[in-house]
Design a protein around this ligand. Sequence first.
Ligand code: UDP
Ligand code: MG
Length: 312
Amino acid sequence: MSGGGPAPALSLVVPVYDEEENVAPLHAELARIACDLGRPYEILFVNDGSGDGTLARLELLAAADPHVRIVDLDGNFGEAAALSAGFAHARGAVVVTLDGDGQNDPADIPRLLARLDEGVDVVSGRRLERREAFVSRVLPSRIANWLIARATGVPVYDCGCGLKAYRRELVVGAQLPRGMNRFLPAILGVDPSRVAEVAVRDRPRGGGRSHYGLERIFIVCRDLVALPLLVRRGAPTRALARRLATAGAVLAAAGVVVAIAAALLRPQARAFALAGALGALLTAALGRAVGHNVGRFVTAREDGVFRVRRVV
Ligand code: UDP
Ligand code: MG
């Protein structure tokens, strides 16, 4: 999937969806920092089906700067897919990702690279002072990050920070189902002892608005329960997804039967039976959520998560 010419040492990968006001200022910052680093580099924008003038602005940047490449996707596939497309097309031995809205500060990139050079496989940015609403964004993200670190065993406490540096081997071939970017880098199966965090700045978004609302809290909870299995069991299979779905259905049916029976029982036994029914239903929901995510991983691996319209 790589383009022609000698491979650069460094790929800066930026997924963008409707970021027309932000791409030019971000490019200027990235070009300055990358130039100072003195390594051959490329800036790879992945246009995730933007409906505004993002693509036109990217084409202007590419015409003026030979370091810029554009992977133009054939629709809006989501941030996880846009990152996967960036991983597939990046040619650098080191791949740095960052958001296209200006929230990540390119001035932090040299510190991430220095830490990577000390001998780890991935360095994840950690935003210490968040510039967003505390109750609706920062607090849920802190809780989610703590749970993710517990579930995966990977000591990263700001998975949602888009600024990360990876050794190429770790990301090549990754096909991340929708939303799984929130579990990077653990979801790549990284060795926890080869992961580091570096404090980074958080800035307010440039133009436009976030693409996510409060619904992401529910989605993270649903996906989180599958994490231990996805991270530790290696490649999930369709058979495993089916077994989990069947176990979920059997438990749900058992739960309903017990609940009906409980309603017919004597009052003293009812509370126990209802608790049992509730437990069965919860386990069923868990089985379904895990089966659903295992199935998504298998489909992503078999079919891929993005389609490319063209590469500029
Ligand atoms: N993004 C994308 N496809 C999408 C949604 C978002 O490529 O479907 C990009 C977006 O343009 C930005 C990054 O992913 O560069 C992070 O998105 P956003 O800033 O909306 O997320 P937040 O910072 O609110 O978590
Ligand atoms: Mg953002």
